[in-house]
Design a protein. Sequence first.
Length: 244
Amino acid sequence: MDYYSLKMRASQQVGEGEQRHEQHISGAERIVARENVEAVCSAMVRRAMTHSKGDPDFINVKIEKVHECDIQILKALPVTRVDVDTWQEGLEKAFGLVGDAAAGIRERLPELLRETFPMRGAMLYDIATGKRLEPDHERGVRATYMDALHSSEVDGCKNHFNEAIVLATKVANAPGIVAEICISDDPEYVTGYVASKELGYVRIMKMKEAGDENGGRIFLFDSRRASAEECIDYLQKKKVLVEV
């Protein structure tokens, strides 16, 4: 059976003159059977047109055929939920978990996370050298070509939880990845997570204030386990379906 990879990206033009640039509004991707391509594309465009960040100036949709033999099936990371009273407590919990997974990184995490806020992708941070390894520090590294196995959803509503656990599972299985920390950039969604093969998917219910448009993610990587090229190639090219 053949599948199709569908990707949507929506953006706005902001600023004036030389400062004018595109600002990301919304993105989504799916891997679906042929019969669902049209419906899912329509849902993606509807999602882009109704996003809380405003009306897009550009919507790009990419459709690419994917052969079943090229797809890796992964079992979703086990899920743990952590309830906290404040977003500050949530951040401290997240930093503590990541610090346990990557010794010596705890004190750097607040600064590193702030650096990810303007990025479209993730920071790839090498815990062995203390260096950032993204080829483009402004854009970051993106994990793409993934979906939930047997997913039949064709509506335009964003399912933060399903999308996050699919992404977290793929990232955790990439060569050299130690852990991931993530906060959504959607203003109305305050839940974030920490994930790794050892920790599973730890869903922390408050990691920022409601209305905050800032969000970002860090992929913590160990260059003693794999090369950055191997890791990036897996994240950006390997087709993955996750049993959620």
